[in-house]
Write a protein that binds this ligand. Sequence first.
Ligand SMILES: [Zn+2]
Length: 75
Amino acid sequence: MGNKLKCPKCKREVTWENNPYRPFCSKVCKLADLYSWLEEEYRIKISDDIIKDFPHVELELKKVNLKNSKKIKKE
Ligand SMILES: [Zn+2]
C-alpha cells in the first residue's frame, strides 16, 4: 500500500502521513475546497483576493454572512 495520494483540489501528489491537511496537499487547498462548498451553500460570489488571503477565509466568510443577514433585515 502506498502512502501517497493526489490532492483532490490541485491533483498534486501528497503524502498521507504527517499531513494535517489530508487528503489535501496544503491549507490552501483545504480552505479552497471548504470555500467552494460554502459558496454553493450561501450563493455568494467569492473574490480571488479573499482566496489568496486564505488564512482569513473563515473570518471573511463570517463578515460576508453578517453583511448579508444585515442586508436582509434592512430590506
Ligand atoms: Zn492541493
